[in-house]
Design a protein around this ligand. Structure first.
Ligand code: NOJ
Ligand code: CA
Length: 568
C-alpha cells in the first residue's frame, strides 16, 4: 500500500514536471522583459449595456460575441467583463450569488466559453470581475451562515452581537448609505456589510473562505480566463475588535457626518491575501488588476507588493478625480507613477464615474477634448483601461427624475448624487431606435446624442472620435516605443501644453497635447535628449500644424494634439 501511494506521488511529480516547462513558457517575457499584459489595451464591458442578442432590453454574452469583430477592428487586446455571474442584481451583478456560473439573463456557461473561444481567434483575451469583499445575501454560503449560530458557514461572514441597548456593534457606515450593520432576527445578531445590506462582507480571516475564493479563480482560469479585475480590495479586512471609526470634518452625500475609515479599510492584512492570490494567478500567467482608489502615488505603489508580488495592474483612478486636466498637475502625477517601480495602469472613466466625455466637455470642443484625452492616456507608458463607448464619445445620460433611477445609490442620495445610471447606458451602435442596442425596451434610455455619436456614423467619418481612437490604437500596437518605450518629459515650464517623448530601441516618438482652450505654439529643442537636428514626421494629429519638419513651431488649436516620429 505504501508503495502504491509513493508510485502515485511519483506519477504526480512526473506530470508536474511535464506541465512545468509549459507554464514557464506561458509566463514568457519579450526582449525587454515585458509580459503580455504590459502591451495590452484593456476594454471594460458592462454586459447589461453592450449588445442585446435576444432583445429583452439587457445586454448579454451572445451580444458580446457578436461584437468581437468590432473590438478587433477598434484595436483592443483584452476585454474585462464586469460581473455576469448569477445575481439578484441589487448592485447590478456586484452582488454575486454563485461565483462559478453565468446569470441566465446573460446566457450560459457555453455562451461564456464561446466568448473566450471566439475572442481567442481574434487574439483578444478575456478578464472577469472578482468580487472579493462580499457575496449576495442570496449566496448559499450566506443563506447557511444566517440560518444558525452553529451553521457550517457561520464564520464565513462577520457576525456580532449588538450593543447592550440593541444598537449596532459600532459606528461603521456603509459607503452606500446608512449603517454598515444589519440586524438579523433569526440569530439575533448583526452582520457587517460595507456596501448594500444585500452584500454581506466575507470574513477573509477565515482560511476556509480564502481557499473557497481562490478556488473560484482556478475554475475560471481553467476555462481560459486571462485574469481578474479585483473589486473593492480595500475592504477585504476589518479590525476584529471593531473599534469605532474617528470622526472627520464635513458631511457626506447622504447627509451623514464624515468619518475616517480607519478600522475597516486598507488594513495591512489585505496585502498577504493579494500575494497569495497572485501565486495562484502566476500558475496560469494571469493578470490581476485592482480597483485601487488612492489619493497619491505612494499609496498606489503599495499594491504592487514588496517584490512586485501582488497586483500587476493596480488602477490609477486618481485621474478620474481631476476636475480639470492641467499639465502642471499631470506632469508630477505621471512622473510619480512612471517611477513607482510598478507598471502604470491608466483609467479615465468607468461604470462608477461620470464619463470622461461629460466631465471635460466645454460645449465647444467636445469631440476635440475626447480625442485629446485619448491621445494623452493611450500614449503614456503603461496599460490603459478603456470603458465601452468612450471610443465614440459617449456622454453621461443621467436620470431626470428620481422615479427613473435604477441604481440604489442614486435613489438614496437623490438629488445630490444621481447615482451611476448615467454612465451605464446602452452602447450606441447606430443612429436608429435605441441606438441599435436592442429592439426591445433598453434597461436604461439612450441620450439624444446617440444620433450623431454612434459606431455606424463614426465609422464613415474620418474625423470622428472613433476614427481617432482606431488609428491611435493601431499605431500603439505597432510601435515598440509606445508599447514599451521610456517616458521623457519635455518643456516642463509650459502651462498649457504637455509634451513628452516615448523612446525604445532607437525609436523616438513625440507627443504634444494642448490642454488649453487657446491656440498654442510650442517648439522643441531635443539636443538635450541627444537628438541633434531633430526632424519630425507627423503620425497622427488633431488640430495641429507643424510649420516645418525641424520642430521649430508646432501650432496647436485648442485641445489639439500632435504625435510625430522623430529622426535626426
Ligand atoms: C466597485 C464596483 O465598481 C461598483 O460598481 C460596486 O457597486 C462596488 N464595488 C461594490 O461591489
Ligand atoms: Ca470586508
Amino acid at each position: 500500500m505504501k508503495k502504491l501511494v509513493s508510485a502515485g506521488a511519483i506519477l504526480f511529480t512526473i506530470c508536474a514536471l511535464i506541465a512545468a516547462p509549459a507554464m514557464a513558457q506561458q509566463n514568457k517575457k519579450d526582449a525587454l522583459g515585458h509580459a503580455w499584459w504590459q502591451h495590452a489595451v484593456i476594454y471594460e464591458i458592462y454586459p447589461r449595456s453592450f449588445a442585446d442578442s435576444n432583445n429583452d432590453g439587457i445586454g448579454d454574452l451572445k451580444g458580446i460575441t457578436s461584437k468581437l469583430d468590432y473590438l478587433k477592428e477598434l484595436g483592443i487586446d483584452v476585454i474585462w467583463i464586469t460581473p455576469c455571474f448569477p445575481s439578484p442584481q441589487v448592485d447590478f451583478g456586484y452582488d454575486v450569488s454563485d461565483y462559478e456560473a453565468i446569470d441566465p439573463m446573460y446566457g450560459t456557461l457555453q455562451d461564456f466559453d464561446a466568448v473566450v473561444a471566439e475572442a481567442k481567434k481574434r487574439d483578444i483575451r478575456v478578464i472577469l470581475d472578482f468580487v472579493v469583499n462580499h457575496t449576495s445575501d442570496q449566496h448559499k454560503w450566506f443563506l447557511d451562515s444566517k440560518s444558525s449560530k452553529t451553521s457550517a458557514h457561520r464564520d464565513w461572514y462577520i457576525w456580532r452581537d449588538g450593543k447592550p441597548d440593541g444598537q449596532p456593534p459600532n459606528n461603521w457606515l456603509s459607503t452606500f448609505g446608512l449603517s454598515a450593520w444589519k440586524y438579523d432576527p433569526t440569530t439575533k445578531q448583526y452582520y457587517y456589510h460595507y456596501f448594500y445590506p444585500e452584500q454581506p462582507d466575507l470574513n477573509w480571516r477565515n482560511p476556509v473562505v480564502e481557499k473557497a475564493m481562490f478556488d473560484t479563480t482556478r475554475f475560471w482560469y481553467k476555462r481560459g480566463v486571462a485574469g481578474f479585475r479585483l473589486d473593492a480590495v480595500d475592504t477585504m479586512y476589518e479590525d476584529p475588535n471593531l473599534p469605532d471609526n474617528p470622526p472627520a470634518p464635513g458631511i457626506d452625500k447622504f447627509g451623514r457626518p464624515n468619518m475616517l475609515e480607519k478600522y475597516n479599510k486598507k488594513l495591512p492584512e489585505m496585502h498577504g491575501a493579494l500575494q497569495r492570490l497572485r501565486s495562484v494567478a502566476d500558475e496560469y500567467d494571469a493578470v490581476l488588476i485592482g480597483e485601487t482608489w488612492t489619493s497619491d502615488v505612494k499609496q498606489l505603489r503599495e499594491y504592487y507588493g514588496p517584490t512586485g508580488n501582488e497586483l500587476q495592474l493596480p488602477m490609477d483612478l486618481m485621474l478620474t478625480d481631476m476636475k480639470k486636466m492641467e499639465p502642471r498637475v499631470l506632469r508630477p502625477h505621471i512622473a510619480g507613477l512612471d517611477s513607482s517601480g510598478g507598471w502604470p495602469t491608466y483609467v479615465i472613466t468607468n461604470h462608477d464615474i461620470v464619463r470622461s466625455y461629460t466631465r471635460y466637455a466645454d460645449g465647444l470642443h467636445n469631440d476635440d477634448i475626447a480625442k485629446m484625452m485619448a491621445g494623452f492616456y493611450l500614449t503614456l507608458r503603461g496599460t490603459p483601461v478603456m470603458y465601452y463607448g468612450e471610443e465614440i464619445g459617449m456622454e453621461n445620460n443621467d436620470p431626470k427624475r428620481k422615479e427613473e433611477v435604477k441604481d440604489p445609490v442614486g435613489i438614496l442620495s437623490w438629488p445630490k448624487d444621481k447615482g451611476r445610471d448615467g454612465e451605464r447606458t446602452p452602447m450606441q451602435w447606430t443612429g436608429g431606435t435605441n441606438a441599435g442596442f436592442t429592439s426591445g425596451t433598453p434597461w436604461l434610455p439612450v441620450p439624444a446624442s446617440a444620433a450623431t455619436h454612434n459606431v455606424e456614423a463614426e465609422r464613415k467619418d474620418p474625423n470622428s472620435v472613433f476614427a481617432f481612437y482606431k488609428t491611435l490604437l493601431h499605431l500603439r500596437k505597432n510601435e515598440t516605443a509606445f508599447r514599451e518605450g521610456k517616458y521623457v518629459s519635455l518643456n516642463e515650464n509650459d502651462a498649457n501644453v504637455l509634451s513628452y517623448l516615448r523612446q525604445a530601441n532607437g525609436e523616438t516618438i513625440l507627443v504634444a497635447i494642448n490642454f488649453s482652450p487657446t491656440k498654442q505654439a510650442p517648439n522643441f529643442d531635443l539636443s538635450k535628449q541627444g537628438i541633434a537636428g531633430a526632424k519630425a514626421k507627423a503620425m497622427l494629429q488633431n488640430g495641429a500644424t507643424a510649420a516645418d519638419d525641424a520642430l521649430k513651431t508646432v501650432e496647436l488649436a485648442p485641445y489639439g494634439i500632435y504625435i510625430a516620429r522623430i529622426s535626426e
